[in-house]
Design a protein around this ligand. Structure first.
Ligand code: GLU
Length: 529
């Protein structure tokens, strides 16, 4: 193969883009994330972008956002905006690309039509690609006629293309405006070597690759295969880090680099492991999320056509840093068993050599665990701001300082900030009733009289702080020879309405003397009856 390709590449062997000093900027790492705007960005795509980001940052390189929108059939309105908003939320920053600018634009493939056309023409002129006029019906007929039909060296001479039709006929068809495609001409029987940074050397025989369509006259647009290679070359991409699903295309891409004369500057490939269903059997899909109740998209997505809404990590109460940490470890490990990592640490530790070859199970419970850890780590002030919508939903107005204090007391119990109400509503509204089971178990015969005494003890307690109140109450209990547990349980029932919540003296301090006493009085009155 090499021989054929090298002879044919003569004349194309040049890098088109030179930097400002006219020196090829080969040394700088340049990677790209190249989503197709066909719907909301899948969480697997976010992971691909993240790995590119970590790799770029570690090497002081550039990360480019390229929108691969050449398939107009699959284009979805709003998908590009969604992608941009997702990365903004997650804090993944790009150096160049759609909405970021840069010297290699435009970065939206639909705006690069004229660029691709010259390379299509080059390949055709060099005999490395050819024009094919076969209609969908004709192709269908062939598929019926030949079992496992593939448009390749074994069949192409039976088809209507520029290899089989006379020159005048080709000209006539084109002049008549007949639709055609341009197909790559794959030489069969050659071993194509793909050196993958994660998988090692992958060898695929060219006979299994069909003469893929590179360009369609109908919309004057290239297909993914050509546009992807041309852009990676012109944008001086040094490493292509992408999802495993693209691995089967890699040999074709290697051939194209040779055909276009760019083999020497071909980027290095790294195909990331698949994200698997939580059970491990097969690729993670949106249906798994629906079935098991977790989001597979970073942000909520509303499908304009169907009206369906898919949940997002943001709207489900995830912290962006927790999502990043969780995703980073789906298919990569830091080599030191460390799990909680800041982005800076990830940048320092990231290594493609520590990416697994086999798929990574999407362990959703682990995702929740990460969120819990990040809530604990997060500043109470920031959490208090995040809690505002939760409180507003329950018409609660509290000072930021109070919310902050409450959060400090209950955050160890939260996986998501919107669980705050379940865990801490009693800090904001007094109980309106008392859990019957708890009353039965915890409200003793002498609870009412003991809590009345407790009220007297608390009235004179000043200041009403955790430590002082605890000391005063405990020494009163000791002097009286009362049962500590019984009094604490009854007090909790009075203040909270059930048997949950943090340390009882923390609750007292937060509520303040007046409210604590009011609640005790109310319980004595109501539970007695
Ligand atoms: N546009 C492709 C996608 O949607 C890009 C694949 C690649 O990174 O080469 O995943």
């Amino acid at each position: 193969m090499k021989k054929v390709y090298q002879e044919k590449k003569k004349g194309y062997f040049c890098r088109i883009i030179l930097n400002n000093n006219n020196i090829m900027a080969q040394d700088k790492v340049r990677v790209r994330f190249a989503p197709s705007p066909t719907g909301p960005l899948h969480i697997g795509g976010v992971r691909t972008a993240l790995y590119n980001y970590l790799f770029a940052k570690q090497h002081g390189g550039d990360l480019i956002l390229r929108i691969e929108d050449t398939d107009s059939q699959r284009f979805v309105e709003g998908a590009e905006e969604y992608i941009l908003e997702s990365f903004k939320w997650l804090g993944i920053e790009f150096n160049e690309g759609v909405s970021f600018g840069g010297g290699c634009g435009p970065y939206r493939q639909s705006e690069r039509k004229t660029i691709y056309k010259q390379y299509v023409d080059r390949l055709v002129d060099a005999g490395l690609a050819y024009i094919a006029f076969d209609t969908p019906d004709e192709l269908e007929r062939k598929r019926k006629e030949i079992a496992n039909f593939q448009y390749d060296a074994s069949t192409r001479m039976q088809m209507r293309n520029s290899l089989t039709l006379p020159g005048e006929e080709i000209k006539r068809l084109i002049d008549n405006g007949e639709n055609y495609v341009v197909r790559i001409r794959i030489e069969p029987g050659e071993d194509i070597h793909v050196n993958d940074l994660i998988r090692g050397e992958v060898v695929i025989n060219s006979s299994v690759i069909d003469d893929k369509v590179l360009f369609k006259s109908a919309d004057q647009l290239p297909t993914y295969h050509l546009a992807n290679i041309v852009d990676d070359h012109l944008m001086e991409i040094t490493h292509v880090i992408r999802g495993e699903e693209w691995l089967p295309s890699a040999p074709l891409h290697v051939i194209l680099y040779h055909y276009l004369g760019w083999a020497d500057t071909m980027p290095k490939f790294a195909h990331l492991p698949l994200l698997l269903k939580p059970e491990g059997n097969g690729k993670l899909s949106k249906r798994d999320g629906d079935r098991l109740g977790f989001p597979v998209f970073p942000l909520e997505w509303k499908d304009i056509k169907t009206g369906d809404t898919s949940s997002g990590y943001r709207e489900s109460g995830y912290l962006p840093d927790a999502v990043i940490n969780f995703l980073a470890l789906l298919g990569w490990n830091a080599g030191n068993n460390q799990e909680i990592m800041s982005v800076e640490e990830m940048i320092a530790l990231f290594d493609l050599a520590n990416c697994s070859k086999s798929g990574a199970k999407f362990d959703y419970e682990k995702g929740k665990w990460f969120n819990h850890q990040y809530i604990i780590k997060k500043d109470n002030k920031e959490l208090a701001v995040m809690a505002q919508p939760v409180l507003a939903k329950h018409n609660v107005q509290a000072t930021p300082a109070y919310v902050e204090k409450v959060i400090g007391l209950v955050k160890e119990r939260l996986t998501f900030i919107n669980e705050l109400w379940d865990q801490a509503s009693f800090f904001f509204v007094a109980p309106t009733g008392y859990d019957e089971k708890v009353v039965k178990k915890r409200w003793k015969e002498d609870s009412a009289s003991q809590l009345s005494e407790l009220i007297d003890v608390l009235i004179s307690r000043e200041p009403f702080d955790v430590q002082g109140t605890e000391e005063t109450v405990k020494s009163w209990i000791e002097n009286k020879g009362y049962h500590l547990g019984n009094i604490m349980n009854a007090t909790r029932l009075a203040l909270v309405g059930e048997s949950k919540g943090p340390h009882i003296f923390d609750i007292m301090e937060a509520l303040g003397k007046e409210e604590t006493i009011n609640r005790l009085k109310r319980a004595i009155e109501l539970i007695k009856k």
